[in-house]
Structure formats: structure tokens, C-alpha cells
Design a protein around this ligand. Structure first.
Ligand SMILES: [Zn+2]
Length: 255
């Protein structure tokens, strides 16, 4: 009889564990690559973020992910004003009422885009904003941003202490060592450069190894346009490094 009650006790303990995560149990960071530089990130606490949502005209985005009504982000982060990054940001902000975070001139969104000014979060390098359980740090990038603003990257700091660095569009630069010193990214979304510039992949990989100590590196900004780097081109540079996780557009992974 005593054995029976011990058995019931153990079963109920197991049931409780499967229902309620322990306080120190890590919840995953969900990352969906939407093709090119577009990502949907869901934090361990459920905060939904879109980064560089170039979707409807993105040749790499699967058809089902071009439907803008499927997204419900709290914030939309844009790294610079090039169309392969700004993409559908304004339309998505209108549909979802998400806050649009950007270094781009307010005019682009308010006067021309028709968004209410308080839906746009104007930021600059060094700024930090909060989105649900995520702290978003704005870091520099070495690129251009015609017709307005300047290029940036973002470091997302999650409640469990882990960080994700979206490089945006950038060449390698020495101040990446400061991004490591400040934020020590665990996950890096590694930009593989514009079409027709093979050195970009080598530069991006050199940056990862010279300045950072990530556990996960996800290549991005490749495979969408003619002349862009292919997965094979990138594999030729990164070898069989197990930290590098190649994703397919539309694919979601948890880390
Ligand atoms: Zn780009």
C-alpha cells in the first residue's frame, strides 16, 4: 500500500513538471528566417519581433510568408533604408499596429507613409529600447542608407541573459570588438553581403572568429538575388564549423 502512494506521488510530480516549467528552466528563442535579411524572432517570454521585413517582393520568401496579415509583432526593427531591408515595414506597421523602430527620417513613415508619429520609435547608435521581455541595443554598421538615416545593427538581450546580434548590412569593422565586450552575443545573424562580392563572406566569417565567441551563427543576406552568395559559397568559407546553422527561407528553429 505504501508503494502505491509513493507511486501516485511520483506520477503527480512528473505531471506537475510537464505542465509548469521550473523557474530556472530555459525557454527557447524562436528564429524564423523569412529569406534574405528578414527574420521573425519570438523571445522566451513570447515577444514577437520582425527584423528587416522585406517580404512581398522578396524572391526568396515562400508564398505563405508574403501574407502580411499573418504577422503580429510588437516591434518592427529596420536596419537601414535600402528597399531589401525596409521592405514592407510601413504596411506591416499599419496592419499590426506594431511600433516601427528605425534610424530613418521620421518623414518616410509619417508624411509619406501615413503612420501616426507615436507609432515610430526614432533611434540612434547606442540607444536602448525595451520590447516586452527583450532589451534592444542599437549598434553601428559599416554600410550606407540612401535616401535617409544611417545603417545600424541590433543586439537583442533576452530575459535569460542570452543575446542575439543581427549585423544588418555591414563590412567587418574594428568596433565589433566593443559589441563583443558590451553584449557578448550568443547568436549571430551573419550578413553575407551584396551580390557579386565574394570577399564579403570571408570578411563576415573573419569578423565572427576575430571578434566574437558565439554558440550559433546563422548566415543570412544570401540566395535571394542573382549573383548573391549561395549556400555552397558560404560553406566553402565556413567549412564544417558546427556553430554555423544554415536555414531555409520559411524555416523556424529554436535555440
Ligand atoms: Zn541589403
Amino acid at each position: 500500500m505504501k508503494g502505491f502512494w509513493i507511486c501516485i506521488f511520483l506520477l503527480s510530480t512528473v505531471a506537475a513538471r510537464t505542465q509548469t516549467p521550473l523557474p530556472n528552466e530555459k525557454k527557447p528563442i524562436s528564429i524564423r528566417w523569412l529569406g534574405h535579411a528578414a527574420f521573425e524572432i519570438v523571445s522566451p517570454g513570447g515577444t514577437q519581433l520582425l527584423i528587416d521585413p522585406f517580404l512581398t517582393k522578396n524572391p526568396a520568401t515562400p508564398a505563405e510568408y508574403k501574407d502580411l496579415s499573418r504577422y503580429h509583432p510588437s516591434h518592427i526593427l529596420v536596419t537601414h533604408s535600402h528597399r531589401d531591408h525596409l521592405g514592407d515595414a510601413v504596411e506591416l506597421a499599419k496592419l499590426s499596429k506594431a511600433k516601427l523602430v528605425s534610424v530613418i527620417m521620421l518623414d518616410t513613415f509619417v508624411t509619406k507613409g501615413g503612420l501616426p508619429p507615436d507609432q515610430v520609435e526614432s533611434i540612434n547608435v547606442g540607444d536602448q529600447i525595451t520590447a516586452g521581455d527583450v532589451k534592444i541595443h542599437v549598434v553601428p554598421a559599416m554600410h550606407s542608407s540612401e535616401p535617409s538615416g544611417r545603417p545600424v545593427g541590433y543586439v537583442l538581450e533576452f530575459s535569460d541573459g542570452r543575446t542575439l546580434y543581427d549585423e544588418g548590412d555591414t563590412w567587418i569593422f574594428g568596433d565589433m570588438s566593443l559589441i563583443q565586450e558590451f553584449y557578448h552575443p550568443n547568436i549571430i545573424l551573419m550578413g553575407c553581403g551584396p551580390p557579386g562580392h565574394g570577399d564579403y563572406v570571408r570578411a563576415a566569417w573573419l569578423a565572427v572568429n576575430r571578434y566574437f565567441k558565439p554558440q550559433v551563427v546563422i548566415p543570412m543576406h544570401y540566395g535571394a538575388f542573382p549573383g548573391s552568395a549561395s549556400e555552397a559559397d558560404i560553406r566553402a568559407v565556413v567549412g564544417n564549423d558546427s556553430r554555423v546553422k544554415f536555414m531555409k527561407p520559411g524555416e523556424r528553429r529554436e535555440f
